[in-house]
Design a protein around this ligand. Structure first.
Ligand code: AMP
Length: 173
């Protein structure tokens, strides 16, 4: 199953800019059997972790993140780029190759009772997932770990994540 999943992810060279090998998950999403299997496999390691909320990171993290939340019996919380969320927000900034980026979460999305799983389709340098973890912690929540469909391990994004927390991925490059 994991081999088929990996073979179905499409690599687009030089998108969105030269030098990036973009991992396009839309062929996985379009296949009903693979989509179901991917969500089951993503949920498996967390089924006894008492997750109360899954954070999905804009925008591809919303898709499998929401399905993962439903499967775990948890709620879903969107983390979005600055200026997109309508209610009052908490903000976190993180460094990019050139400049900084900011992500936001609603101030009432999480509280001290929450056990949170952070999900995105891809972990690359890890900066976005680390910023999402700081956002969740600033709301008082406890982080259970990180879940990705794809880990670009050659970029060592995992080293930016909170030490000691599980970082699970189905596909590695
Ligand atoms: P990161 O460098 O881990 O902070 O990744 C930033 C965001 O860009 C994440 O939401 C990833 O899903 C996305 N991303 C980064 N590199 C790729 C890639 N090669 N293919 C697809 N998405 C990517």
């Amino acid at each position: 199953m994991l081999d088929l999943l990996k073979a179905t992810v499409r690599t687009i060279p030089d998108f969105p800019k030269p030098g990036i090998q973009f991992k396009d998950i839309t062929p996985v999403l379009a296949d009903p059997k693979l989509l179901k299997l991917a969500v089951i496999a993503l949920a498996e390691p967390w089924k006894d972790a008492r997750i109360t909320k899954v954070i999905g990171i804009e925008s591809r993290g919303f898709i499998l993140g929401a399905m993962l939340a439903e499967r775990l019996g948890a709620g879903f919380v969107p983390v979005r780029k600055e200026g997109k969320l309508p209610f009052s927000t908490l903000k976190e900034s993180y460094g990019l190759e050139y400049g900084i980026d900011t992500i936001e979460m609603h101030t009432d999305a999480l509280d001290e009772s929450d056990i949170v799983l952070i999900h995105d389709d891809v972990i690359a340098t890890g900066g976005t997932a680390a910023a999402a973890q700081r956002l969740a912690e600033s709301a008082g929540a406890q982080i259970a770990g990180y879940s990705f469909l794809i880990n670009l391990t050659f970029l060592d994004g995992q080293s930016k994540l909170k030490p000691g927390l599980t970082c699970h991925s189905l596909i590695q490059y």
